[in-house]
Design a protein around this ligand. Structure first.
Ligand code: ATP
Length: 237
């Protein structure tokens, strides 16, 4: 069963339908990808999942429970963490302080010790930058810091909004390996991403949105071979 699901979700902005009866699930233990051309509705879907937007129709389920009308911070307490398309770090704090702050926000029900901020930085390969102010980090490293911060709340579901943007190919490859490890440890990960190298490398399951409608889903190889996807998204047929 999917840990996080949306069922028959429709979102309208005035007369414009941004999502039309979309159903998808994010399972524990794998990376699920969401791709689609600009304007396809990916950000809208992300906002529905995190609670920034309430859909006009349809439901959001977290661990089988209806959270459609639950505020974002309450979803976070239940184990959802996210990163942002535009970095949202505390610029004047150091990398370590950014993570330390986040460990205080972890869900109340989480068992065990508070995670060690230094260990989290090490996990994402940022130990050498612990004392650097966050606003002096290049974007690629900032994305890793965001990931460490998201992990600091010990989430069950991790939602990543275009984490490859600003990362060079080597950084992206290392990031993909890290996501694979996290999924192997049981995390449910949703990756919204334009970088097809990252998507193809790390996703076990893919959804393709086009004009607000789910046009394809499946494993990456079958999605890539789908003629409709090639035409709509990859620009070839
Ligand atoms: P991108 O890859 O460019 O981020 P996206 O797939 O995330 O695109 P959305 O941002 O979800 O797409 O937008 C879906 C559609 O809804 C687009 O046609 C967009 O112009 C429209 N839209 C998004 N937000 C609003 C809004 N607040 N009011 C009106 N229309 C909107």
């Amino acid at each position: 069963m999917a840990l996080l699901e949306i069922r028959d979700v429709t979102v309208r902005y005035g007369g414009h339908v941004a999502l039309r009866e979309v159903t998808l699930g994010v399972e524990a233990g794998r990376v699920t990808g969401l791709i689609g051309p600009n304007g396809a509705g990916k950000t809208t879907l992300f906002n529905v999942l995190t609670g920034l937007l309430t859909p006009g129709a349809g439901r959001v389920l977290l661990d089988g429970e209806d959270v459609t009308r639950l505020a974002p911070y309450r979803r976070a307490r239940r184990g959802m963490a996210r990163t942002f398309q535009i970095l949202e770090l505390f610029g004047q704090l150091t990398a370590l302080e950014n993570v330390a702050l986040a460990t205080r926000l972890r869900r109340r029900t989480a068992a065990g010790e508070r995670p060690d901020p230094g260990a989290l930085l090490e996990r994402v390969g940022l130990s050498a930058f612990a004392d650097r102010r966050a606003d002096t980090l290049p974007t690629g490293l900032g994305r890793r810091l965001e990931l460490a911060r998201a992990l600091a709340v010990r989430p069950r579901v991790l939602l990543l909004d275009e984490p490859a943007s600003g990362q060079d190919p080597d950084e992206t490859a290392a990031f993909a390996d890290l996501l694979g490890e996290l999924a192997d440890e049981g995390l449910a990960i949703l990756l919204v991403e334009h970088d097809m190298t990252l998507v193809m490398r790390v996703c076990a399951h893919l959804y393709v949105l086009d004009f607000g409608t789910l046009m394809a889903e499946g494993d990456p190889a079958s999605v890539r071979a789908d003629p409709r996807v090639r035409e709509a998204y990859l620009g070839t047929s």
